[in-house]
Design a protein around this ligand. Sequence first.
Ligand code: ACO
Length: 326
Amino acid sequence: MIKARIVGTGSYVPKKVVTNHDIEKLVDTSDEWIMERTGIKERRVAERGQTTSDLAYEASHKALKAAGIAPGDLDLILVATTTPDTIMPSLGCVLQEKLRAKKAAAFDVYAACSGFIYGLSVANAFIKSDTYTNILLVGAETLSRFVDWEDRTTCVLFGDGAGAVVIQRHAGKRGILSAHLHSDGALGNLLYVPAGGALHPPTHDTIHKRMHYIKMKGNETFKVAVRALEDVVQEALEHNKVKPEEIDLLVPHQANMRIIQAMAKRLNMPLEKVVITIEKYGNTSAASIPMALDEAVRAGRIKDHDLLLLEAFGGGLTWASALVRW
Ligand code: ACO
């Protein structure tokens, strides 16, 4: 049986740390509020001039090294991001050039925080259809450039970073077992950036009205997220005929500690079986799962043949789950 298997991981975060106490100086908030409501203590913020592709490049370099392949071996580069360097070209193409991966086709997957799992599903389909053998999938974001540092309801939440995986065609039982994707465009107004696209191109007015920044109805998003994640996790378990106790490690998107705890409780999993990075990195959107995965790999938390459950929820709205036999 042909499977798409993750054979190398890498991640990278900018050096600059912004703590909750630093943000207390910018907006009316407190370390206690942020910790209690989100579980975030600090986040990384890209330096001036450092872009999403720079973070993606560093993470990719490490993943390729771990996989033992050269950029020239890549058939496809997929980048999950909502904060590309430019609207055009895609971040995938910018990264392809930085890596000098001349043979690879490249494009972006645009599904906000669910982007990495959407990308896994795309990679899985390309491998199963025998189209490609070596795929680089990256989740990379510089959300610090798109949050309104005067809006306390969003600026405390997000951070910058990148995670990457190399996915290869393999015969055997290990690899991506399933990916389930969902969207609900009717709820797009819960989490969006109003301007900068074709609807509201940049003008003095859009800038003056701060329309180029992320807007989120956090509380409503939270409620939809918990329900949707419960459903999509159940879908993955039923599809694979797997019981929650068979899961070795939960690798969730890191949006809110309370959401992560709710999912662990639903699955009856102790927190030792959950990868949690939100305290130090905040919500890095499409980068959070591959960053958490890489951290778990490098900490020796994942053994061959372990069963991993990945889940994410984000703007769109979008949500997704994947089951991976390591
Ligand atoms: N500091 C202090 N007070 C604050 C802050 C802050 N940073 N932010 C909001 N508040 C206030 C609010 O104004 C409100 O005050 P009020 O009661 O006087 O009106 C009060 O705190 C409660 O606000 P809520 O929004 O109800 O707080 P909640 O407990 O829901 O937490 C949060 C907010 C953390 C945003 C939470 O709702 C959440 O995590 N939502 C889900 C986010 C998510 O999953 N997004 C999808 C992925 S992201 C992506 O796709 C890019």
